[in-house]
Design a protein around this ligand. Structure first.
Ligand code: GLU
Length: 317
């Protein structure tokens, strides 16, 4: 039987066939400069072992993946009170749509569309003196990498092209659903999206969702098992833009993608994965990263059918 490292390498090799398909995000000019053919994958087991292949140690812009950290921090601070400001259902609309927000009285459908993440950020602006630094420090501690930083070039580019996000924030303010200064909330949101992390960093940082809330790098629980399960449920239903249903059908895995080309996926009870390749499909999800996760899910399904469940340790994970 192949080792975990050989498996991850073979996944990376097989998924390379999809490079060259899709387009890098260009609505944030700083992201348009990315090379579409970059590709990496990292897997972090619940025992803390890391397996990776391709450009898994190259930092990239995590973009919407930051929304998971924003949500986690807000739930830790506010608990269920957060749900008065944001819903928990798939939107069925593009991630930056204004129409639904207007129709639904300024309460965003879920925390992973832009309006929802901006509403969540507003809660954090009210709770922390420097929320983006706090979030960056949490990312550093969860991943065990003190060098993680906010890419100021990406942040400035997002700020310069903020019109749509600003429109959502003002609309929520008009409905009385945003408490803090719009510019401060937007600056904070863009700083968090502009965090630069590698596949290895992200696989480590999000392992707590695979491990019932226990964060290996902290040596303690980061969230309760119930909260980890609930966050995974939101990833599963809302994490892949308006292709969440398709992706869930193809992989069965909770996942969150970002327009930088990264996707974090969770195999609860076993491991966390991050795959990255900047070229996106028309719904904003990385083509090669989705494909490698689909191959991974297929392999896992085949193995669990082939191996009796009491001897799963043979897979060394
Ligand atoms: N910072 C990006 C925006 O607000 C996030 C986009 C994304 O990755 O979905 O447009």
């Amino acid at each position: 039987m192949e080792t975990m490292q050989q498996w991850v390498e073979s996944l990376e090799r097989r998924a390379r066939a999809r490079l060259g398909i899709g387009r890098v995000a260009d609505y944030i000019p700083a992201l348009a400069e990315q090379d579409p053919d970059r590709f990496g994958i990292a897997l972090c087991s619940n025992q803390g072992a890391i397996y990776h292949a391709g450009e898994a140690q190259t930092p990239f812009s995590i973009q919407s993946i930051a929304k998971v950290l924003l949500l986690t921090l807000a739930l830790r601070v506010q608990g269920d009170a957060l749900w008065t400001r944001v819903g928990r259902n798939p939107s069925g609309m593009p991630f930056n749509s204004l129409a639904q927000l207007e129709a639904e009285g300024g309460k965003p459908r879920n925390p992973f569309i832009n309006a929802g993440a901006i509403a969540v950020t507003d809660r954090l602006v009210g709770a922390f003196a420097t929320p983006s630094k706090h979030l960056r420090d949490v990312a550093r501690r969860l991943s065990g990498n003190p060098k993680i930083h906010i890419d100021e070039n990406v942040q400035a580019s997002e700020w310069q092209h903020r019109a749509r996000n600003a429109a959502m924030a003002y609309l929520m303010q008009a409905f009385g659903h945003l408490d803090n200064d719009v510019d401060t909330v937007l600056q904070t949101y863009f700083s968090c999206c502009a965090l630069s992390m590698s596949c290895v960093d992200l696989a480590r940082a999000f392992n707590f969702l695979a491990a019932e809330g226990h964060a290996l790098s902290l040596g303690e629980r980061f969230v309760s098992p119930d909260l980890a399960r609930r966050i995974n449920a939101l990833l599963f239903t809302c994490g892949m833009y308006d292709a969440a249903g398709d992706f869930a059908y193809r992989t069965g895995l909770p996942a969150k993608s970002g327009v930088g080309g990264g996707i974090v996926a969770i195999v609860p009870g076993r491991f966390s994965i991050c795959a990255w390749s900047p070229a996106l499909d028309e719904r904003g999800n990385s083509v090669a990263a989705q494909h490698v996760l689909e191959l991974l899910a297929d392999d896992l399904g085949r193995w669990s059918r082939a191996i009796p469940s009491d001897s799963m340790t043979i897979m060394n994970i």
